[in-house]
Design a protein around this ligand. Structure first.
Ligand code: GLC
Length: 797
């Protein structure tokens, strides 16, 4: 065993005391043991980073972590066999004889400890790290992975894979987000993010009952441990490290219709016309690969789509946006006048084989080449390919097949010894193998798209949808869960996938409503899926070529009416949903949430795994087995909740009998929900009053947020922000509005205050009486628009 060496960078070290074992303030702590060098740093007081390597530390570079994050100072005392590192948030103990790391909070509670035995091991060019698994801890995150919501007991591989028609337990699928959130039954939480793009794994207690093990086939030992008071803190820490999603264009939150197999311009326009004729609110129609000439990205089949610009403006006239697929595989078509190939080849911008020649592999267009997205030059070039489409007024693009998928190979992707060029600030300029770049390739594809479209239209918010991605990819794109199947089991799976994606940074996530692959969905399945989808962040109906139509109108008027009802409710709720999107852009908190994010102790309750929350206020409790007529238990996180649809108070635990037309949705006591009059599109200005639905109770405060929904004017102050709060005092309800911030002019001239579960005797504003009417279980109070701080007093019953 070697002796320990501590290197504290003299320049950064501020010596508090001198002499052996004295405490020092440093911004990193390094130790060597048995040929392994380990370094601990703290990117923020509540986050520590551990890096290690054989003989030397690995390259200090990342595709995921924000480059501007600095190291903070901490105190080290390293006199004894255990070095102790501490700041005002946490303490880290490192056993010098084993390099085992234990993180404690300031109360002395162990946040995360290495497992007994060998904590860190290197073998075959890779490594593994073992952490202790307390019995009452539950684990979440890891992106879109299948299986139960709680990852405990599962083992998962990170390797972006094209998995058409995947099953409810298939692993790996499309994304690699090596982030785990741990929550124990008292609500203590930690986060662990392994920043490594190689093929990697998380074994969450499957091989070893009391340890979770993670590691990779190559690349750096480089992981972060996040600490905080509860799961929300951890999610915010992760967003601090890997970034937040930019505020979405509002139209992305509307209903989206898509299909692989809309074969002509007339058919696409017909979808828009049908949505409008049937009064199904909608914002987006997608075009899949069928619009292209021979499946070649950035071309248009001019026979089937003779006037794309006309189609864009025709849909726009119906308040619909068009989203175009633009896959990354550029057709290998030398000397055919295909500009993306010619211009990319002329500048050598494609991924190379090990011998240096351009790699060619078959995908939709047949033989194709693959842009080398780790080069800024290739990303810029890629971004310019969008010029014609953006010029037509298209701002939404779909990056598919970017695992990358390669046909006719056993691996379904390119050879691992293919070469990518890294020319990224922070990294040494070098060639990297596909084995290193595979998992980050899709994310770099979306980065090129997002940055390119932004450059082409600097004041319009772009929308990029991706299938593959890596940690941090939320900065560039929304995602969906790929080629799911039309089955009740997949509808159920979608909840755990979308919740875990939200915890893994991807607030904007959706699934193919109705199911992409497989048998035709039954009318009941499609209806239920639309009901649930109305409360998911991305709400997109999409299905495979060759299936019978799956649009909302296909199963006759009875089903269409139910589906319309849910789509309409989505549109009424948009002010609330959009304010969640805005909150996400500031904090990283997801739009769709597990119940335990709001109520950490609920993590102990198995029954909540099929439930989810939309923001902090709505709890959705779909039947776990959608096809079964059997009643099921619903457990809410406390007393005082209200049935969203009936306005009646419900008990904390009860049985729900499934009904086709009912998706159980409950409102938290203390909720304030902003709603708007029905519109058919987010591009339509609502007519009437802004509705503020108040459910008196504790923690009653909400933020209204509005802006134009499409431009970046909000970054220049053109937004509207206002806090609304409520409190009950001696049986009287007080609703307070703050002064309004920002210069965005609201569309409403009056506010309708709806107080639920309240039949009181009238209301006043600054002493003046207001019009108040009882409607069902609520009291509806008419208010003028209130831009200044105001207090409304609603008399008790
Ligand atoms: C992939 C996508 C699917 C798309 C199809 C054709 O299977 O996952 O959504 O429709 O390719 O582009």
């Amino acid at each position: 065993m070697k002796t320990l060496l501590m290197t504290a960078c003299a320049a950064a070290a501020l010596l508090l005391a001198s002499g052996a074992g004295a405490a020092q303030m440093v911004d990193h702590y390094t130790l060597d043991h048995d040929g392994v060098r380990m370094e601990i740093t703290a990117p923020r007081g509540d986050i520590i980073r551990v890096r290690a390597g054989k003989g030397a530390l690995p390259e200090d570079a990342s595709w995921a972590v924000n480059a501007d994050i600095k190291r903070t100072l901490f105190e080290v005392s390293d006199a004894g066999p255990v070095a102790e590192i501490s700041n005002n948030k946490l303490t880290v103990r490192v056993d010098k004889a084993t390099l085992a790391v234990t993180v404690l909070d300031k109360a002395g509670h162990v946040v995360l400890a290495d497992a007994p035995g060998q904590a860190l091991g290197f073998e075959n060019g890779g490594f593994r790290v073992r952490k202790a698994m307390p019995e009452d801890e539950h684990y979440f995150g890891l992106g879109d992975k299948t299986g139960p919501l709680d990852r405990r007991g599962g083992a998962f591989t990170n390797w972006n894979s094209d998995t058409f028609g995947y099953g409810v337990a298939t692993d790996p699928i499309y994304k690699s987000i090596p982030f785990v959130l741990g929550v124990d039954e008292s609500g203590h939480s930690f986060g662990l993010f392994m920043d490594n793009t190689w093929r990697s794994f998380f074994d969450m207690g499957k091989s070893e009952r009391n340890a979770f093990v993670f590691g990779a086939e190559g690349g750096p030992v480089d992981y972060y441990i996040m600490t905080g008071d509860g799961p929300k803190d951890i999610v915010e820490d992760y967003a601090y490290l890997t970034g937040k999603a930019p505020l979405t264009p509002e139209w992305v939150l509307g209903f989206q219709q898509s299909h692989w197999g809309y074969l002509t311009q007339g058919e696409v326009k017909g979808i828009g016309d049908h949505l409008r004729a049937d009064k199904l609110p909608a914002d987006v129609v997608y075009m899949d690969i069928d619009y292209q000439d021979r499946d070649r990205p950035f071309t248009v089949d001019s026979k089937a789509f003779p006037d794309l610009a006309g189609l864009v403006s025709g849909l726009k006239a119906e308040n619909l946006h068009l989203v175009l697929i633009t896959d990354l595989h550029v057709a290998y078509a030398p000397n055919q006048g295909y500009a993306p190939y010619d211009s990319g080849a002329a500048q050598n911008l494609f991924v190379r084989k090990a011998d240096g020649s351009t790699f060619v592999g078959p995908v939709w267009p047949g033989d194709a080449v693959f842009p080398d997205f780790s080069r800024p030059k290739a990303r810029d070039w890629w971004g310019q390919q969008y010029k014609t489409f953006v010029g037509m007024g298209v701002y939404g693009f779909w990056n598919d097949m970017n695992e990358p998928s390669v046909f006719n190979t056993r691996s379904k992707t390119m050879p691992l010894d293919n070469l990518h060029r890294i020319e990224e600030p922070g990294f040494a300029p070098r060639d990297a193998t596909h084995a290193e770049m595979h998992n980050v390739f899709g994310m770099l594809n979306t980065r090129a798209t997002y940055e390119g479209v932004r450059k082409l239209a600097p004041d319009t918010r772009p929308f990029v949808l991706t299938r593959a991605t890596y940690a941090g990819g939320q900065r560039y794109a929304a995602t969906w869960t790929g080629d799911n199947t039309s089955s009740w089991a997949h509808l159920r799976l979608s909840t755990s996938q979308l919740v875990n994606l939200g915890l893994s940074g991807f607030a904007y996530a959706g699934d193919d409503i109705g199911g992409f692959a497989g048998e035709q969905p039954s009318a009941d399945l499609l209806t239920k899926w639309i009901e649930v989808g109305a409360f998911n962040p991305i709400f997109r109906d999409h299905y495979q070529k060759g299936k019978e139509p799956q649009e909302p109108w296909v199963s006759g008027p009875e089903h269409e009416n139910i589906r319309r009802h849910y789509i309409e409710e989505r549109y009424r709720l948009l002010p609330y949903i959009y304010s969640l999107a805005e909150e996400n852009s500031r904090t990283g908190l997801p739009i769709m949430r597990p119940v335990f994010l709001e109520y950490p102790k609920a993590v102990a309750n198995d029954g909540v795994a099929d439930q989810f929350m939309l923001g902090p206020n709505l709890l959705i409790a779909p039947a776990p087995n959608g096809e079964s007529p059997a009643a099921y238990d619903v457990t809410l996180p406390g007393e005082g909740w209200t049935d969203y649809w009936t306005g009646e108070k419900v008990k904390a635990a009860f049985r729900e009998t499934p009904k086709l037309e009912r998706l159980p949705v409950f409102v938290r006591p203390g909720a304030i929900l902003a709603k708007q009059p029905l519109v058919q599109s987010t591009m339509e200005t609502p007519k009437g009053a802004l509705e503020l639905h108040v459910y008196p109770g504790p923690d009653c405060t909400a933020q209204l947020y509005f802006d134009d929904g499409t431009s970046f004017a909000y970054t220049r102050g053109v937004f509207l922000r206002q806090t609304v709060s409520c409190r009950v005092e001696n049986g009287t309800l007080h609703v307070a509005l703050s002064d309004r911030e920002g210069s965005y002019k609201p569309w409403w001239t009056g506010i309708s205050l709806v107080v639920h579960g309240w039949s009181g005797k009238g209301a006043t504003l600054n002493g003046g009486a207001l019009k108040a009417d009882v409607a069902g279980n609520a009291l509806v109070v008419g208010l003028p628009d209130l831009a200044k701080a105001s207090d409304i007093v609603v008399a008790g019953q």
